[in-house]
Design a binder for this molecule. Sequence first.
Ligand SMILES: [Zn+2]
Ligand SMILES: [Zn+2]
Length: 153
Amino acid sequence: MSDIEHEYTGEVVCPYCGYEHGDSWEYGMEHDGDSTEIECCDCDKKFNATLSVEYNYSTSKINCVDNGKKHKYKFRTNHMSQKDLKTVKGKIEWIPLPQDKWKYNEIFKCEVCDEEEYRKISREKYIEKYKDDYDYLYAAFYKKYPEIGDIVE
Ligand SMILES: [Zn+2]
Ligand SMILES: [Zn+2]
C-alpha cells in the first residue's frame, strides 16, 4: 500500500489520478523527509507525500589574511598608468595625465587566494625592466593625445 507512485516530481502528483498539485509548498513540508497526508482536490482520495530536498553548495576563497595566513604573492605583470579617474561635470571619466604624473607598477597575485597587489616602482626602474612596454604605451598615448605635453627631462 505504501508504494511511491511518483518519485522526485517538482510538484505533488496524486498517485491515484495523476493530478499535479500546484503550489506544493502550501502543504507545510519544509525540511527533507517531512511527510503529510494530502487529499487530492481532483479525485478526493487521500495519499501521503514526502518532501526530498536536494542541497547545493557554492564556495569561494577568502582573503589569506582572514585565514590567519600570509599571501603567497607571485609576479603577474607590469602596469603603466597614464590616466586617472576624475569627475568631470558630474561624470566619472578617465583623464589623460601629463608624463610626470604617470604611474608605474608591478602587479603581484597571490597563488592561494588570487588577491592582487600593485607595487609602485620608479619610472627609471620600469623603463629598465620593461622597455618594450614603455615604448609601446608611450607611442600609443601620444598618438591618441598629441595635445598633452611631452615632458622629457
Ligand atoms: Zn487524485
Ligand atoms: Zn592570498
